[in-house]
Design a binder for this molecule. Structure first.
Ligand code: NAD
Length: 333
């Protein structure tokens, strides 16, 4: 059976890493019809928007997408296309696993946690404005409905993956109304999911504990901003942004993408690590039910990492993006 998947190459290094991931997926026995659609800064001239309707239509139709990173101007210009995509498609759960891989020089060898980040509200609702010349205000939106569904999603994920504990991360000591509502809701969802252990932790303490004893954590669920920050921290524990995959999941559709951004300074150099995107594609294959193909890619990835001679600069090697993908494909033969 052929799956139809929307492919968004994206900005910066996006086209290079999505091409690598596509070639790796195509080298499995799974049959995928890729529908390539363009989004991002590069599309503004052509379509007048970084997120043309054709992109949303394609994802809604195919239900599954693999996406390269998209550039967002800092402090000015258009709003994040990533945030807008997640909001418009109601991709409310951002799932970012951090798992130790063999052959990498990392401080720990046994990290295996999943960050579940609420993807649609919090300070990312984008409701902010200047107040006169010298002040600005941003509104943090937290709703019971969004908290309920993200925490329940975390428990369901924990159960599906045979995990033992869910940790809710917050700052309810200071933001008593917004994070207070998140924590209150998380506790009541935990009451209904007593087969899985539950605890809560303040976000600053969580950052320290993740650096000291990441092995103690399993599934972590949190509002949008903390999830954005802690998932980069977690990526740093297992080899960096070059190896950190992610998924944005809603009830209808799912978009898989690396945690990292468009790394503009490396554009066109065939230099960055394609693994974060390849591992995102592995998550996508599991989501589609193609677990044999996913396992096959994982075995090849592990063989390449253990050998260590065909890895990119960030993992201490000299291989180009395309060469690392070729090495993985070679191991799959
Ligand atoms: P970035 O993740 O693009 O890059 C930061 C640094 O991490 C790079 O300079 C590089 O040293 C390293 N890095 C990132 N990806 C790597 C890879 N695959 N292999 C090896 N090293 C890698 O972050 P940034 O520079 O802060 O952001 C650049 C742009 O990307 C911004 O416009 C930002 O808004 C956007 N962004 C997009 C997404 C997304 O599309 N989901 C996510 C984060 C950032």
């Amino acid at each position: 059976m052929a799956y139809r998947v929307t492919l968004i190459p994206g900005d910066g290094v996006g086209p290079e890493i999505t091409d690598a991931a596509r070639r790796v997926v195509d080298a499995t026995s799974v049959s995928i019809e890729w529908e390539v659609v363009e989004a991002g800064a590069s599309q503004i001239e052509k379509y007048g928007t970084p997120l043309p309707d054709t992109v949303l239509q394609s994802i809604r139709k195919n239900k599954t997408a693999l996406k390269g990173p998209l550039t967002t101007p800092v402090g000015k210009g258009f709003r994040s296309v990533n945030v807008s995509l997640r909001q418009q498609l109601d991709l409310y759960a951002c799932v970012r696993p951090a798992k130790s891989l063999p052959g990498l020089a990392t401080p720990f060898k046994d990290v295996d946690l999943i960050i579940v980040r609420e993807n649609t509200e919090d300070l990312y609702a984008g409701i902010e404005h200047r107040v006169g010349r010298d002040a600005a205000e941003s509104i943090k939106i937290i709703t019971r409905q969004a908290c309920e569904r993200i925490v329940q999603f975390a428990f369901d994920l924990a159960r599906r993956e045979g995990r033992k504990k869910v940790t809710a991360v917050h700052k309810a000591n200071i933001m008593k109304y917004t994070d207070g509502l998140f924590l209150e809701t998380a506790r009541s969802v935990a009451e209904r999911n007593q087969d899985i252990e539950f605890e809560d932790m303040i976000v600053d303490a969580m950052a320290m504990k993740l650096v000291q004893t990441p092995q103690n954590y399993d599934v972590l669920v949190m509002p949008n901003l903390y999830g954005d920050i802690l998932s980069d921290l977690a990526a740093g524990l297992v080899g960096g942004l070059g190896v950190a995959p992610g998924a944005n999941i809603g009830d209808e559709v799912a978009v898989f993408e690396p945690v990292h951004g468009s790394a503009p300074k490396y554009t066109g150099q065939n230099k960055v690590n394609p693994l974060a995107t390849i591992l995102s594609a592995v998550m996508m294959l599991r989501h589609l039910g193609a677990s044999e193909a996913a396992d096959k890619i994982m075995r090849a990835v592990i063989a390449v990492l253990e050998e260590g001679s065909s890895v990119t600069y960030d993992l201490g090697g000299k291989a180009k993006t395309s060469e690392m993908a070729d090495a993985i494909i070679q191991k799959m033969k």
